[in-house]
Write a protein that binds this ligand. Structure first.
Ligand code: PMP
Length: 394
């Protein structure tokens, strides 16, 4: 019914084409379609916004503030969500908004590069690193910064280290590996949410990047945020976004705010019901619970398929005490970092492609060709076909 109603208006596209038993299954990108089922339930209505033709016309959101294009309602919901989850300290931090955290990552590189005519700053990350880091760092051949590869191999004093934790691609928990010289770390916490990993403490790094893409599944909204401690750095990041895109879509910000609000409200409602002794819990409103259940079930299916096949291995499960769930839970990464031990399979991406599964080869992450990254966040249908095919490989 929700879909029908939307189709009566200007119909949105539906993303990738649906899959059938014989389709090529594309799990190259982390397209977060797994979340659609949650929002198609009651939560979707609670996250709906209507924007009449006369609204969100001005370039400006909050003229006097450091990030003048940030909608105050979004900032409020970002802070509220971090308070609920406890995954990052937001008090005492500046909140910045970006067109996805991809834009904020570039804003951080701009802000951290030394002014004046010095050599480009080195941008590093320990391998295996997120494949967009080298690509996005170098595509404009900036004179300000350049990709300098694996942080573990880097020997120098001026650098920015990108710390992605939990790590895309391998799900590992990471800390900055470089601690010397004038280096600065940017923490990409896109996956530091309780459906993927135990929340062990509230992160309090100098620059922390988040995105709705992997938190709520709304990758198409193109909305990310940064928590930045230092005012001057926050100001320069904001300047980058001003020069790059004159701010960030207000429509997206308002929608993201409503989505984040729906999540936090869902937990507030559940807590209220529990306090009132009403144990008829409304799990349809608890996003992290929904997503965790999905991840638990998908990882069980994937591990069973890997066991059935016998030619693959996966990273070990990492358990920890989650302050959000208040129990010891395992990590369920958003990507499978799948390695093949079969004789002669030196190009696993190619091997899987011949078997109609599109993955991303290890080379793009600074790793070898016998390993690939596979999204765990696609539709139930695509995931089911993928594990069936995998189980049959030997
Ligand atoms: N960082 C990491 C580690 C990611 O995996 C992604 C998305 N694949 C991003 C950042 C970018 O997210 P966004 O959609 O917000 O640009």
């Amino acid at each position: 019914a929700a879909r029908k109603k939307a189709e009566a208006e200007v119909a949105p596209s539906s993303g990738k084409p649906p899959v059938t038993k014989d389709s090529i299954i594309n799990l190259d990108h982390g397209d977060p379609m797994m979340y659609e089922a949650f929002w198609l339930g009651g939560a979707g209505e609670r996250a709906t916004i209507v924007i009449p033709g006369w609204q969100t016309m001005s370039y400006f959101s909050d003229v006097g503030s450091l990030c003048w294009f940030l909608e105050p309602g979004l900032e409020r919901e970002v802070r509220r969500l971090h308070r609920l989850v406890g995954n990052a300290v937001a008090d005492g931090y500046h909140v910045l908004v970006g067109t996805g955290s991809t834009q904020l990552f570039q804003a951080a590189l701009y802000a951290l590069s030394p002014p004046g005519p010095s050599a480009p700053m080195n941008v590093v990350s320990p391998a295996p690193y997120y494949s967009s880091y080298p690509a996005v760092t170098d595509f404009l051949k900036s004179g300000l910064y350049r990709w300098a590869g694996d942080a573990k191999m880097f020997d120098g004093d001026t650098y920015v280290e990108l710390v992605c934790s939990p790590s895309n691609p391998d799900g590992g928990i990471r800390e900055a590996v470089l601690k010397s010289g004038d280096g600065v770390a940017v923490h990409d916490l896109a996956y530091y949410w309780p459906q993927y990993t135990p929340i062990t403490s509230a992160a309090a790094h100098d620059i922390m990047l988040f995105t709705v893409s992997k938190c709520t599944g709304h990758a198409g909204t193109r909305l990310g945020w940064a928590l930045v401690k230092d005012r001057a750095v926050a100001q320069k990041m904001s300047k980058f976004i001003e020069l790059n895109t004159i701010g960030v879509s207000k429509d997206s910000q308002l929608r993201a705010a409503k989505i984040l609000k729906a999540i936090t409200d869902g937990y507030d409602r559940a807590a209220g019901a529990a306090a009132a002794g009403d144990d008829d819990d409304d799990s349809s409103g608890r996003l992290f619970h929904f997503a965790r259940r999905k991840m638990v079930s998908r990882w069980a299916k994937l591990r069973a398929a890997v066991a059935a096949s016998g030619i693959f291995t996966l990273p070990d499960e990492l358990p920890g005490h989650c302050t959000f769930a208040n129990e010891t839970v395992s990590a369920y990464p958003p990507f499978a970092w799948l390695r093949c031990g079969k004789e002669g399979v030196d190009d696993l991406e190619g091997y899987l492609r011949e078997r109609k599964i599109i993955s991303r080869g290890g080379g793009k992450f600074g790793a070898d060709g016998r390993v690939v990254r596979i999204s765990m966040l696609d539709t139930d249908e695509a995931f089911a076909i993928f594990v069936d095919r995998l189980a049959a490989m030997n």
